[in-house]
Design a protein around this ligand. Sequence first.
Ligand code: OGA
Ligand code: NI
Length: 344
Amino acid sequence: MGDIDPSFIQSTEHRPNLSTFIQVDEIPIIDFSESKQENLISKIGKACEEWGFFQVINHGVPSEVSTKVEIEAKKFFDQSLEEKKKVKRDEANAMGYHDAEHTKNIRDWKEVFDYLVENTTQVPSSHEPHDLELRTLTNQWPQYPPHFRETMQEYAREVEKLAYKLLELISLSLGLTGDKYHDCFKNQLSMVRLNHYPPCPSPDLALGVGRHKDSSALTVLAQDDIGGLQVKRKSVGDWIPVKPTPGAFIINVGDIVQVWSNDKYESVEHRVVVNTEKERFSIPFFFFPGHHVMVKPAEELVNEQNPAKYKPYNVGKFYANRNRSDFNKREVENIQIHHFKILD
Ligand code: OGA
Ligand code: NI
């Protein structure tokens, strides 16, 4: 066992069990070339309810676009730390390169590059409810590799189309109109993250990403063939690995769909296990509404028997709260959707 910095070490209960992988059930794979829309809707609804996770194939994102992104991402991360830090994320700029991400105050064994789908996006300047000032988030682009920016932007546009399609199908599966949430994504805060997980000398002590839920509406994730993503199975609470499927995207329900659906679809915990030998790449697209949106359970789904389980919350203020610099490394929990739960 190699030595790693103590900031990476998970407490005993959160360490992965690397020896006993009994693969019983699998995350559903849904084929988008399915001719009958009703079948697609019912499969997606079932997967969202039972797992909160599924994979899609024949999704329409051209494989050349995905391949190019993987090549450019690898070229970017292969550079020296000094080069990568030229586009590093800091207090003023939330986008760019970062190698010290923490999940629940434990450092993740990875480095990332983040960019917004809209090149500039507005968010509230502060988490204070009465402060109406906005600030602009802007992307930072590296000089090298030379076609990085175009490649990343082309990828984002392609995955965005898939995200809108999924949003429509998920809305229909809830009995809502297909375009119910379409306009919420004007001035979207959607973001793409390039994740690089280097080999780790102590994969039994550290995690690539600690257990968490995504605060997006939904996430569209591309992963390479190494594997490592695990999903907490809702029924049993054990960790199920998501087997890499060539060309597939992994879709998961985020916190916002959980609230919109009034808990019918839950945002499920997941984490990433690393290994001693192989580096791994993954690329999540976090589909986020614009800052002005108030998130609350769909009116069509609530009534006297099934009252709203959440108070409305503002996307921008939630974002500003998550990004409070005074939260870094503090022994307090980040803002979470359960803070808006109406207790009965
Ligand atoms: C994330 C995430 C999974 C992966 O970045 O939120 O869950 O497989 N990533 O990298
Ligand atoms: Ni995640």
